[in-house]
Design a protein around this ligand. Structure first.
Ligand code: TEU
Length: 584
């Protein structure tokens, strides 16, 4: 029975749905506006978990999801609000998971999808957001896409990768970050070469192909629908390539990012990703690598670009890549320049260590038994009192150190092996090379987490995939848990101080006496709050004369008992770190 809907009713309905679309649009715009201005990822404290080294529960010597589940209360006790976990997907593990063969499947060594969901829900119930590692500059050469693409030039997945048909002759040289032979590898089946920025087992995906991009957005939606809160975009600055593959000049690889990164098209794809995933799913996204200029970084993260929320660049970690380490003057200059550049627009990560670099205390602190604790506390005070989202790498909340690996036979990392082959081919002094590798290799920061002083530091009941640092008897969670002056409890206190004082998040940063050779001093000011941060980067007492001394108020955190003040001069003990509020 067809009912006649009175005309005025139609009008009202129309008005309503107009209203409601206007409403949903305004809500959507409000959400976006509030989301864009929402600040959990600005005000948060991120903790990075290298899953295979965190906690093993099934005795296979590899960390797993149930191990993380077992340690959820520990994570909550740290006060951290975000967890970035390195890749745990199906993979032949040529690059420890940064070579994915199935983006929707969990590598069995980590557990099941049910374990993943329980871990994720366990974090959420503790107010911890989860950031997933998205490795889509390249896939594994065992991914079905590549298996099909390499087998036939007519494969529907052929254009998911970059190919150079052999009949065109040798492809123009491309540098590989992991393969001394270069960035092209020959495939007999299709008499052609494929491109790989990293290892030959990591063929680069063709982001110029809209079908491939849609595949990636669908993968991100798959995990967003499981409740993932954010994505770390691995090596994404390299994702877009000029598919005419022009010749690059001799020696171009010395300025790798300039020649291989940040092509204009990348921004089109990020805007597309924003529309397809980031905005509708209200998720956070951070890029690894921010180009080679401030503009590159702004173009990635400025709010009005509708691309990513944030990014991290390598200028901080690149400062101490050799045993000669770094100069405090350079350290202060780099952090002060980037803070100034991003004080109005854009938001970046603040970090000094991760799974691609050796340990924090060895590169920027002092790992000696005498100064390991205070220097790590000083560095954590620094990281958690700067503007930007602080990233802490598992174990740095304890002051875990590098592990001594003097011979190449001890290395399994494809990056280390590649660099060793390159050094041999270049007839470099192998002894000198090994000294630098022993100091800088990222394998130093992938040793099992040190939970207690039982066998294998309580990491596994089996044979650990990587030897536990012999100093685990001294450096472990259990030993530090009940020691108020431990690195662990200082870290907890510093996280709490940051979360309770927005001035340490958004406050204006002002460096003091930048020329001081031993002390890094700066203030953070927000509305009627001002704080003075004092950090001694040396193993000696050091003095600094400050007019602010007269208006010093409470000492909010200090890794020593007292702060020695004599008239206008403050004497800081070796690696002393203190934050003092200033009367405004
Ligand atoms: O690293 C990308 C990158 O450009 C650098 O981090 C560089 O490869 C690194 O410093 C080498 O020591 C990302 C991941 O963080 C890294 O673990 C992976 O090996 C790499 O991509 C390939 O996926």
């Amino acid at each position: 029975m067809k009912k006649n809907i009175p005309f005025f009713l139609i009008i009202i309905l129309l008005i309503n749905c107009k209203e409601s679309t206007k409403q949903s649009e305004s809500i959507a715009s409000e959400v976006v506006e509030s989301e864009r201005n929402s600040t959990w990822w600005k005000e948060g404290v991120l903790y990075q978990i290298y899953p295979q080294s965190f906690k093993d529960t099934d005795g296979d010597g590899f960390g797993d999801f149930r191990g993380v589940i077992e340690k959820l209360d520990y994570l909550e006790s740290l006060g951290i609000t975000m967890v970035w976990m390195n890749p745990f997907f199906e993979s032949p593990l040529v690059d420890n998971g940064y070579d994915i063969s199935d983006y929707r499947a969990i590598h069995p060594r980590y557990g099941t999808m049910e374990d993943f969901q329980e871990m994720l829900d366990g974090m959420k119930s503790r107010g911890i957001k989860f950031v997933l590692d998205v490795v889509v500059n390249h896939s594994s050469d065992e991914h079905e896409w590549f298996q099909s693409a390499r087998s036939s030039r007519d494969s529907e997945y052929r254009d998911y990768y970059h190919w150079w048909p052999a009949e065109k002759g040798k492809p123009p040289h491309r540098h590989s970050l992991f393969d001394p032979e270069g960035g092209w590898d020959y495939v007999e089946e299709t008499d052609s070469y494929y491109l790989h920025t990293f290892a030959e087992a990591q063929p680069d995906l063709n982001w110029e192909n809209p079908k491939l991009r849609q595949e990636v957005y669908d993968i991100m939606k798959f995990w967003a629908e499981k409740g993932v809160d954010g994505f770390r975009m691995d090596a994404f600055q390299f994702a877009s390539k000029d598919t005419t593959y022009p010749e690059f000049p001799e020696g171009h690889e010395k300025d790798f990012v300039k020649w291989y990164g940040m092509r204009p098209q990348l921004h089109e794809y990020l805007k597309e990703m924003y529309k397809e995933v980031i905005e509708p799913y209200n998720v956070f996204a951070v890029a690894e690598g921010a180009g080679s200029t401030f503009k590159d970084a702004h173009d990635l993260v400025d709010a009005d670009r509708n691309e990513l929320q944030t990014a991290y660049h390598f200028e901080y970690v690149d400062m101490s890549r050799t045993p000669e380490r770094y100069e405090l003057s350079e350290f202060k200059e780099v952090f002060t320049l980037w803070d100034k550049e991003f004080s109005e627009n854009g938001w970046l990560a603040i970090f000094l260590s991760n799974h691609d670099n050796s340990r924090l205390v060895d590169r920027f602190g002092n790992p000696s038994p005498e100064f390991r604790t205070v220097s790590t506390q000083m560095l954590n005070t620094f990281l958690l009192s700067m503007r930007g989202t602080p990233y802490t790498y598992y174990g740095d909340e304890l002051g875990m150190t590098n592990i001594d690996m003097p011979t190449i036979e001890e290395y399994v990392d494809i990056d280390a092996i590649g660099k060793y082959k390159t050094a041999l081919a270049a007839n470099e002094d192998v002894e000198e090379f090994m000294k630098v590798l022993n100091y800088s290799s990222r394998e130093n920061s992938r040793t099992p987490m040190q939970w207690n002083d039982t066998d294998n530091a309580g990491f596994t009941s089996g044979m650990p995939w990587k030897k536990v640092n012999p100093n685990y008897k001294e450096i472990n969670v259990a030993a530090q848990e009940n020691n108020p002056n431990s690195v662990l409890n200082h870290f907890r206190k510093m996280v709490k101080l940051r979360k309770e004082n927005e001035v340490l998040v958004y406050g204006d940063y002002q460096i003091i006496q930048q020329e001081h050779p031993e002390i890094y001093a700066y203030t953070r000011t927000l509305d009627n709050q001002k704080m003075l941060v004092l950090l001694n980067f040396t193993d000696q007492d050091s003095n600094i004369s400050l007019p602010e001394v007269n208006s010093l108020n409470n000492t909010l955190i200090n890794n020593y008992e007292a702060l020695t003040i004599n008239n206008n001069t403050i004497t800081l003990k070796p690696y002393q770190a203190a934050i003092v509020s200033i009367k405004k």
